[in-house]
Write a protein of this length. Structure first.
Length: 639
């Protein structure tokens, strides 16, 4: 069920308020403590004024105390000499008692003992002697200060003298403070059925001695919520470790970037704060990871692994990591996980009936209980979805706001396909799109996943698809999301649904499909003259057919009169090239083998034009590329 305790928590503008005597600790202990708390993502209010102004605490500080979940009081030798600090302390105690202890207080005894604070001895006695003289007309104020000191000194805290050094002292404080701050996750507020999964996974992670390095795999089909589960665990327990890193979408980014160096850099930066340009090749990354993390207790999540080498480069051996470290890996491939030596492989089940119903209701009705006229219809939808979270979310989003008749019509269509065919469930959202939205979806599924929203919009705008509203509709229908750096992303199952839609256009003949993205299909079409006017896009990654002296027939392009997207490389055209479609909006031909373009080709509406490392000497026969300014006036390149 959804975590009601998290949903009902009060909002605190600040995680923590630091009360301290600036002259004693501001430039030493407080600066280190503040940096450590900030490094853990804890939002701390710290008064940075070097000199106290006036005789009473400012309204801003009073408000900051009220707005802080936790108050951290650093008692030092001269803490009690500051009436400002003592006023802060009284306010902190008042807030703690007023709010039924929802606001927590943690004392730190820095070069003083709790007894000195509690009984006001030593420097505290000297300070209060002066206060009683200065406030002889208002001894009630002094009494309030004394009472506040006694109350806070009786709270369990930390004493510097119990530690070998300040770094250990600060680490224990930060770890304890972190554990008291709930996860700030919008995702966590919306989760359903997470509690049992978390309990099962945590039990596997906690087996064996605490100082063991344990590697745990999370395995299952796409759409089960493997990444979500790993993210929640990471958010909940990362404070317990000296360093942590979440490497998201490894498969996706590995395929696009062609290297794990970026992941090695991210890992080293997040855990060791090494500069991101500290390594330049995979071998150096392995050496640094294997030597620099051995003494650190770390939490590492490697998400969506498809190749054993990805693990070898990022978590090759458990000896790389310090005692008590935990490595979590998500993958669809159980054999891969076991081959790498996971201690346990956790395979989450589909949602049970209760959780599936709750999740579906949240998406379809925005409430936890369906309207009465939809109860039986909802039951039928649940049977089709089979407890798969992604299917429930997509189907629920599609049916949201629709009439009973539209629900019934949708369910009738579902009966055409077996309920365990997830693709048919996902395609319901696609079928509800307008034609231009369908084209945008298929283009992104086949060619532009993980590209930036601006880049894709510019390309598709050139195709006349009105992508600004079209992409927004896809996001609303849960077919598309926008990730960090404004990149478009869709779940693997949804992308596979798009692929299947295209393959079904012509199951046996790729040349009669609207989009081609697999090397084998592209090779077949271009070498066998199997193209047709149906083909709208051919896009394969760089170095297509690299290392092969493959001769393709130019006639294939003559048949593709509606081709608007073309990205290929390293192909030979012994017969030359007489035709390319004037509908081309993207032309990216790596190592174009000819000296000129077809004479019929018009580039005035082309959005992206790339001919890197080509042999081109003239745009068209008779028109030499003599002026770089002329050349660039003909093309537009958007990155």
């Amino acid at each position: 069920m959804a975590s009601s305790s998290i949903q009902n928590m009060p909002h605190w503008p600040y995680d923590a308020f630091l009360s301290f005597r600036g002259a004693d600790t501001r430039k030493s202990f407080i600066s280190h403590l503040y940096a450590a708390l900030n490094g853990k993502g804890i939002y701390v209010f710290k008064d940075d004024k070097e000199l106290e102004r006036g005789t009473s605490i400012s309204p801003g500080l009073l408000n900051a105390i009220e707005d802080s979940r936790i108050s951290i009081i650093v008692f030092s030798q001269n803490y009690a000499s500051s009436t400002w600090c003592l006023d802060e302390l009284v306010k902190i105690v008042q807030c703690k008692n007023k709010n039924d202890h929802q606001q927590m207080v943690f004392p730190i005894f820095y070069d003083v003992e709790p007894t000195m604070v509690r009984k006001q001895t030593g420097s505290f006695r000297e300070a209060f002697s002066k206060h009683e003289e200065a406030f002889r007309e208002n001894l009630e104020k002094v009494k309030n200060w004394r009472d506040a000191l006694k109350e806070v000194a009786n709270i369990s805290g930390w004493e510097l003298k119990e530690y070998r050094n300040e770094s250990e002292f600060i680490w224990d404080i930060v770890k304890a403070i972190s554990s008291k701050i709930p996860v700030k996750s919008e995702t966590l507020k919306k989760l359903v059925g997470i509690d049992s999964r978390l309990e099962e996974l945590r039990s596997l992670m906690d087996e064996g001695p605490n100082d063991d390095v344990r590697m745990i795999g999370i395995c299952g089909m796409g759409g089960l919520g493997k990444t979500t589960l790993a993210r929640v665990v990471y958010d909940l327990i990362s404070h317990e470790f000296e360093g942590s890193s979440f490497l998201a979408d490894v498969r996706e980014k590995f395929e696009n970037e062609g290297s794990v160096i970026s992941f090695q850099r991210q890992l080293l930066y997040e855990i060791l704060k090494l500069e991101k340009d500290s390594i330049w090749n995979v071998g150096d990354g392995i050496n640094i990871l294997g030597s620099r993390l051995q003494n650190k207790k770390v939490l590492l999540v490697i998400d969506d692994v498809v190749d054993i080498k990805q693990l070898e480069y990022l978590a090759g051996k458990r000896e790389w990591f310090g005692s008590g470290s935990r490595i979590i890996v998500t993958s669809r491939d159980e054999h891969l996980l076991r081959t790498h030596g996971m201690d346990e492989v956790y395979k989450p089940n589909e949602l049970n009936y209760h959780d599936a119903l709750q999740l579906f209701n949240m998406k379809a009705f925005k409430i936890q209980k369906p309207l009465e006229e939809f109860v039986q219809l909802s039951e039928r939808v649940l049977r089709y979805a089979g407890g798969l979270p992604l299917a429930l979310e997509v189907l629920g989003s599609f049916l949201n706001g629709r009439s009973v008749d539209q629900w019934k019509s949708t369910l009738e269509r579902l009966q055409i396909e077996p309920p365990n065919k997830i693709m048919s469930i996902l395609q319901i959202s696609f079928d509800g799109l307008q034609e231009l939205e369908k084209k945008i979806f298929l283009d992104i599924a086949c060619f532009f996943k993980w590209k930036t929203r601006d880049y894709v919009s510019k390309i598709l705008e050139g195709c006349g698809f009105s992508p600004v509203i079209g992409i927004e509709v896809l996001i609303e229908k849960s077919l598309l999301t926008v990730h960090e750096n404004n990149r478009l992303w869709m779940h693997d199952l949804i992308q596979e649904m798009g692929h299947q839609i295209v393959r079904r256009q012509s199951p046996d003949e790729p040349g009669k499909r609207s989009r081609l993205w697999k090397e084998a299909d592209v090779h077949h079409v271009l070498s066998q003259n199997a193209g047709s006017e149906v083909v709208e896009g051919i896009m394969v990654d760089d170095y297509f057919l690299r290392g092969n002296d493959v001769h393709l027939s130019a006639k294939a392009f003559s048949l593709m009169t509606n081709l608007r997207l073309l990205k290929i490389s390293n192909v030979q055209l012994p017969e030359g090239l007489e035709y390319l479609s004037n509908r081309l909006r993207l032309l990216d031909w790596h190592r174009y083998p000819l000296k000129s373009l077809p004479s019929n080709l018009q580039l005035d509406k082309t959005v992206e034009f790339k001919m890197c490392y080509s042999r081109i000497e003239e745009l068209w026969k008779g028109i030499k590329v003599r002026s770089i300014f002329f050349f660039w006036s003909l093309i537009y390149i958007f990155q």
